[in-house]
Design a binder for this molecule. Structure first.
Ligand SMILES: Cc1cc2nc3c(=O)[nH]c(=O)nc-3n(C[C@H](O)[C@H](O)[C@H](O)COP(=O)(O)OP(=O)(O)OC[C@H]3O[C@@H](n4cnc5c(N)ncnc54)[C@H](O)[C@@H]3O)c2cc1C
Length: 380
């Protein structure tokens, strides 16, 4: 097994470091979190550095690089700010990879070059009030009319929908079908007539805006179906390992940042005449944290390798997502204890990481469902 990072990957990561330290230094991350101001401008810098072209074939303007490189970049972005990685991961995860894996040739030629240029954004509009973990229970429906469809229904908790050009929206197109049957994936232009959006307030991830979306007779043309008509849910499920790997790499980046913050604090902080890091109960806890981060990271890199080899990876995608999200919660939970009052201040990075971490064990497919996926795959 080769765990080395290529010279090219190292140089891409260096360019990411320079770009983020210039445009999104820690004080800017704090300010934006306090003011609920997403750093959307980063997308153009990602495009300038070629980061958005990494996984796409050259014929669409991409670099034809490995998914491992996407994973490394996303982890590094997550280290600096969760929102920086979310912006990158959602643009490539279910945005770009949906087109690449199950879009028509025309759709690939139309959309992928614009994604690479940082000119297109997508939100996945899957969750509904009655269809959360059980996503196949969705009831948003499409009625066939001349040249297109009329969409009616409601989606909820849709991230960054206010900034999306298109809502990637699973819709039931066969009336009375159930579960994953009879669903098509629509690319719904976000500014379509009949769409209403309500902002949702929440406890963390302040820069990741959340929306409840109503669809009232929204017209969408036939050509805006992506993947198989009436069988799109399976298309969507077949690309989930991309978005899960992005979710995991973002969480691991944040967890490593949290460990580094904790390490610095316990080395600098003197109590009872010596640094906190000299107390065995403190240092062992940090060793446990770093071990969990490394364990999750190894599973994540293995997932990226399997993706690059074109091998089946349902187990590893679920494992990476579980381990990364649980590790982030473990590290930030103990970080709040170890930094104590200084973490409880709203100026502290630890409280932001702790608040943000709560999402990861249930978002992007709850961990309980990831365990069900693994159980089925191992024959239970
Ligand atoms: C900040 C944020 C951003 C989000 N972004 C998006 C987005 O961009 N697009 C989108 O479509 N959705 C998004 N979501 C929705 C997210 O995907 C759902 O919250 C998630 O799928 C869980 O659904 P639920 O909240 O309805 O929980 P429920 O389905 O009600 O589940 C509640 C609990 O029950 C457990 N549970 C459910 N079924 C089982 C079972 N069979 N066995 C054992 N336990 C079970 C779950 O694991 C969970 O712990 C977002 C949510 C949040 C909070």
């Amino acid at each position: 097994m080769d765990f080395s990072i290529s010279e090219e990957q190292a140089s891409i990561l260096l360019s990411v470091d320079k770009m983020i330290s210039k445009f999104l230094p820690p004080e800017e991350v704090r300010k934006r979190d306090r003011n609920y101001e997403p750093p959307d401008f980063l997308l153009k810098h990602y495009a300038e550095l070629g980061l958005l072209g990494i996984p796409f074939p050259e014929k669409y303007g991409g670099l034809n690089e490995k998914w491992l490189t996407v994973t490394l970049v996303n982890e590094r972005l997550g280290y600096f700010a969760a929102i920086a990685a979310s912006l990158y991961g959602t643009t490539l995860g279910f945005g770009g990879m949906s087109f690449l894996k199950y879009g028509s040739e025309d759709q690939k030629k139309t959309y992928i070059p614009k994604i690479i240029e940082g000119k297109l954004r997508f939100s996945l509009a899957l969750t509904e009030p009655g269809a959360g973990t059980d996503a196949g229970a969705l009831i948003t429906n499409g009625k066939k009319i001349n040249n297109g469809w009329l969409i009616n229904g409601r989606k909820t908790w849709i991230s960054s929908a206010d900034k999306a050009d298109y809502l990637v929206t699973p819709v039931r197109t066969i009336p009375n079908s159930s579960g994953s049957d009879g669903i098509s994936i629509f690319l719904i232009p976000r500014k379509s007539e009949g769409i209403s959006m309500t902002y949702l307030e929440k406890v963390g991830n302040n820069c990741l805006t959340s929306w409840d979306i109503g669809f009232d007779d929204v017209f969408v043309s036939d050509e805006n179906i992506i993947g198989d008509k009436n069988d799109g849910f399976r298309n969507l499920m077949s690309t989930l390992h991309y978005s899960r790997s992005c979710q995991a790499s973002n969480a691991i980046g944040q967890a490593q940042n949290a460990v580094d913050i904790i390490k610095k604090y316990v080395v600098d902080r003197i109590q009872f005449g010596k640094p906190l890091s000299r107390f065995q109960t403190v240092r062992h806890r940090i060793v446990d944290m770093q071990s969990r981060v490394d364990q999750a990271r190894m599973v994540l890199y293995r997932l990226a390798w399997l993706i690059d080899e074109g091998k089946r990876c349902r187990i590893e995608a679920a494992q990476a997502k579980i381990l990364a999200s649980e590790c982030l919660q473990y590290v930030t939970h103990h970080g709040m204890q170890l930094l104590a009052s200084s973490a409880y201040s709203l100026d502290s990075d630890m409280q932001r990481l702790w608040r943000d971490s709560r999402l990861y064990t249930f978002g992007e497919g709850a961990n309980e469902i990831q365990k069900e996926i693994i159980a089925k795959e191992i024959g239970l």
